[in-house]
Ligand binder design. Structure first.
Ligand SMILES: Nc1ncnc2c1ncn2[C@@H]1O[C@H](COP(=O)(O)OP(=O)(O)O)[C@@H](O)[C@H]1O
Ligand SMILES: [Mg+2]
Length: 276
């Protein structure tokens, strides 16, 4: 087995409130390992700690304890500007709402150019050519370069966000609910694009979603998070085909796929789970 490109060991993060009962352990002793070129899905309902885990891995949040290794190297728990910049070259993020990473008044090309300026030595002319190339790779046309975000559809905006992430030539992309705001048809198109890009560029994905039904199309392995902890892990076929934990069964129940029927005993397990 090759060395994991992302290796997270016993990561814990508690957000302290004014009173101790307001404290939330968003990530609780989480360990994951992702092999290069594969996709790990992190699944769990809202509030289970997925985004906090992702933010710690990319360096936007500081863990209380535990370690993060990227490409075999332990990264500093508290990142400074310079290390954050170096990490951003290695690992990029795509969010649910591309509006948040795109300035509404600026042509979308500018958002991609910004990343090229930060992370590549290309001159202005080379960057324009690279933008066109990146747009082509994500299925956009040259005319979209000069659009502002409002002139594009949700799917097209997410393609721009993907082009922007690719501009840094990262080895890892963290996708946090990246298809959650899209309708099912567009979702499938974006998942297909992401899958093709991963194969052609040898990328590694950490794919975060509350929706188990999108996992099938993209992930090799799945971890299921609940209240900050991992309650189940396995290959996508194992976790979707034969979920062991009642919480995973509950998530599957909430994301019915064609042909999926609850197993005997699942409904009772779900009731007990909800009551717990
Ligand atoms: N900056 C923060 N300050 C306080 N609590 C937070 C903060 N970020 C997240 N939390 C809490 O941590 C828990 C996990 O949140 P989050 O990681 O966003 O989960 P998810 O992405 O799975 O919805 C939630 O209870 C949330 O309210
Ligand atoms: Mg989240």
């Amino acid at each position: 087995m090759t060395e994991a490109i992302i290796s997270v060991d016993q990561l814990t993060k508690t957000f302290r409130g004014k009173r101790s009962r307001d404290s939330v352990t968003a990530v609780d002793a989480v360990s994951i390992a992702v092999q290069p070129g594969t996709c790990l899905a992190v699944v769990g309902e809202s509030g289970s700690g997925k985004t906090t885990l992702a933010r710690i891995i990319v360096g936007l949040e500081t863990a209380d304890t535990g370690t993060v290794k990227l490409g075999g190297k332990t990264v500093a728990r508290r990142a400074n500007r310079r290390t954050l910049r170096a990490r951003a070259r290695e690992i990029q993020m795509v969010f649910q709402d591309p509006q948040s990473s795109l300035n509404r008044r600026l042509r979308v090309q500018v958002a991609v150019d910004e990343v090229l300026r930060a992370h590549t030595p290309l001159n202005a002319k080379q960057r324009r050519a690279r933008c066109r190339e990146l747009f082509e790779q994500v299925g956009l046309e040259a005319r979209h370069l000069d659009a502002i975000p409002d002139e594009l559809s949700g799917g097209q905006r997410q393609r721009v966000a993907i082009a922007r992430a690719l501009a840094a030539e990262p080895s890892i992309i963290v996708l946090d609910e990246a298809v959650a705001a899209l309708d099912v048809t567009v979702q499938a198109q974006i998942l297909k694009l992401l899958d093709e890009l991963r194969r052609s560029k040898g990328l590694t994905y950490l794919f975060i979603t509350h929706d188990l039904s999108v996992v099938q199309m993209i992930a090799d392995e799945v971890v299921v998070m609940r209240r900050g902890s991992i309650v189940e892990r396995g290959t996508t076929a194992q976790v979707l085909g034969d979920p062991q934990h009642p919480y995973t069964q509950l998530l599957l129940e909430c994301a019915p796929r064609p042909g999926w029927k609850p197993k005997r005993g699942v409904i009772r397990a779900l009731r007990e789970e909800i009551a717990s």
